[in-house]
Design a protein around this ligand. Structure first.
Ligand SMILES: Cc1cc2nc3c(=O)[nH]c(=O)nc-3n(C[C@H](O)[C@H](O)[C@H](O)COP(=O)(O)OP(=O)(O)OC[C@H]3O[C@@H](n4cnc5c(N)ncnc54)[C@H](O)[C@@H]3O)c2cc1C
Length: 540
């Protein structure tokens, strides 16, 4: 029986059965611009899965069921195995089948890294936690390339399109994933403070003893780990199973109780004479591992762009189905300003992240020198990740009280949102890296400014801001690093929008971010065509 008090009115339908890829015009255009339009069908297929009720539910369930650590079996033997909910395995299976883990390393088509980047953004809408092992698996490959024999043996397993969660030696598996173990209790940013020691075993391998304080994707099959050998800090290849088929001495102590990213097991681990092989020159561990770190920094930018896009879509959807004070929210002028500002940020983030992915693609193929990607990686990572938490909070607020309720999915987006800013180099560390690039690789700054110059003359306000940046670059110290990197990021985003986005988007971005910035989202200057921006962000 239906009681009159139970009639539900003015509540939006769930946002499902949609396609997060086809709805995202900025992403589709960036994909084509960066040379990967050939993959739009594959993206559309992945987008259909990302919007399906089935995958949305798996994303929820994978976070509702925290992974369980089994340190020992019932007979007292060490197990060091983590159990995940089947929903997590479904997500992993689809992400790997879609090539999010390593496809570009075996797909020789120009643009394959861009395709993966766009898929990463689309798939973030489903669930962000399981994308950590995807990033690690992708990022490990350029480091392994330092050791051609290791690469030849392991790349086919890493790039396999099959997910195999069995806890078995890699030779018995259909596909594998990788992880990274750098951070220790006494230092994360400062990897040189590592205290894990590596002792040569006399047979070309090393035995590692020490602890690692944060190890995500803990059930990966192989890890890159840093440790102090006789020659100094070195990067090591550490498999979960030793070549003789026995388990490596990789003892999981504890799964961390994180504020978000709940589906992904991040653990504290101890190595006790763990078997490992050196990767790259011994004593040059930082130089070697930086190749992996740069790729994961790219993924942090993609992940935050994806989270912003996911929040924006929910916010616009809600406003289109909810009325207040006798009028649809989508027709309330102030709400449209907020949605438009969120859309500007999302489009700017997507454009910058895809531009960076395109640079990585071209550098990998030798068609672009590495200067731009060297400096743009920390610039873009710093800014997109920094803008993410405020964006997620504002998107949540667009749903009012319902946005604060778990079922809306937005609390999960919000709790995830600070993470990309922290890991793989926190904000200050990113800014210091930009200064380092300027000092040690001045050609990287030249390449970056060359990119900004490409939009010169398109808008007087942009030209003035670019001039100011060039003046500021004559005196760069740590105290102004954040301000400087912020300007660099905003100008990069503006330059991309001025060249490639519709005029109403680029004009609003230049006005709201360069000329007359408001502090909170929605504080757009007068005269912005907010309605057109929202319509572009999510065509009806
Ligand atoms: C959920 C999660 C998963 C993670 N997974 C992994 C993983 O799989 N593998 C792994 O190796 N690590 C992992 N990490 C660790 C992460 O990379 C580190 O937390 C991060 O690099 C920061 O290191 P830290 O925690 O030691 O902080 P610290 O290095 O102590 O930094 C603390 C603060 O000081 C700032 N700071 C540091 N140096 C300077 C300086 N010179 N000048 C100014 N400010 C400075 C930093 O920006 C930061 O804000 C993970 C972290 C989290 C939260």
């Amino acid at each position: 029986m239906q009681y009159p008090t139970h009639e539900v009115v003015n509540q939006p339908p769930p946002l499902e059965g949609h396609n997060p890829y086809t709805l995202d015009m900025a992403l589709g255009e960036a994909l084509a611009r960066e040379g990967a339009a050939w993959a739009s069908d594959a993206l559309e297929e992945l987008g259909a899965l990302a919007g399906s009720p089935e995958f949305i539910e798996w994303g929820r369930v994978a976070n509702a069921h925290f992974p369980v650590l089994h340190t020992h079996d019932r007979f007292g033997h060490r197990e060091d195995r983590i159990e995940f909910h089947p929903a997590y395995h479904h997500l992993m299976e689809t992400a790997i089948a879609s090539g999010l883990h390593a496809a570009p390393w075996v797909d020789t088509r120009p643009g394959s890294h861009v395709v993966r980047a766009a898929k990463f953004i689309v798939w973030t809408a489903v669930e962000a936690g399981h994308l950590c092992p995807m990033s690690m698996t992708y990022a490990v490959v350029p480091c392994l390339a330092e050791e051609p024999d290791l690469l030849a043996e392991w790349l086919p397993r890493l790039a396999s399109p099959e997910y195999d969660p069995a806890f078995l030696p890699a030779t018995q598996k259909r596909g594998i994933t990788a992880g990274m173990a750098l951070t220790e209790k006494q230092g994360g940013s400062d990897v040189r403070a590592n205290s894990t020691v590596a002792v040569p075993d006399g047979d070309g391998a090393y035995l590692l003893t020490g602890h690692k304080w944060f190890v995500s994707g803990t059930m990966a099959d192989i890890f890159l780990a840093t440790a102090l050998g006789p020659e100094g800090l070195t990067c090591f290849f550490l498999p979960r199973w030793k070549p003789d088929g026995s388990k490596n001495n990789f003892w999981i102590q504890h799964i961390k109780d994180k504020m978000g990213d709940r589906s992904n097991a991040t653990s504290e681990v101890e190595f006790a004479d763990a078997w490992a092989l050196p990767v790259g020159p011994v004593g040059r561990g930082v130089r070697t591992i930086v190749e992996m770190i740069n790729r994961t920094r790219l993924d942090c930018s993609l992940g935050s762009a994806g989270l912003m896009r996911a929040g924006l879509a929910q916010a616009i959807h809600h406003a289109r189905h909810r009325a207040a004070f006798g009028k649809g929210l989508q027709d309330q002028e102030l709400m449209v300003q907020v949605l438009a500002d969120l859309a500007l940020e999302s489009e700017a983030a997507t454009s910058a992240a895809l531009r960076l992915a395109g640079a990585y693609d071209r550098v990998a193929r030798g068609t672009e020198p590495p200067g731009f990607s060297r400096i743009a990686t920390p610039v873009v990572k710093y800014w997109i990740c920094k803008r993410n938490p405020g964006h997620s909070a504002e998107a949540l607020e667009c749903l009012g009280g319902s946005g604060y309720i778990e079922d809306s999915g937005l609390p999960r987006v919000f709790r995830q949102s600070p993470l990309n800013g922290v890991w793989e180099g926190s904000g200050n560390v990113m800014c210091l890296d930009v200064l380092r690039a300027m000092r040690r690789e001045p050609e990287s700054l030249e390449a970056f400014l060359g990119e900004l110059d490409r939009a010169a003359g398109a808008d007087g306000r942009y030209d003035r801001a670019l001039e100011d940046l060039k003046k500021a670059l004559t005196e760069v110290g740590e105290t102004v690093a954040r301000r400087l990197v912020e300007s660099m990021a905003l100008l990069l985003q503006a330059s991309l929008l001025l060249r490639h986005a519709p005029g109403f988007v680029s004009d609003a971005f230049v006005a709201a971010r360069l000329e007359s910035p408001g502090i909170a989202y929605g504080a757009l200057p007068d005269g912005v065509d907010a309605g057109a921006i929202v319509q572009r962000a999510m065509p009806e």
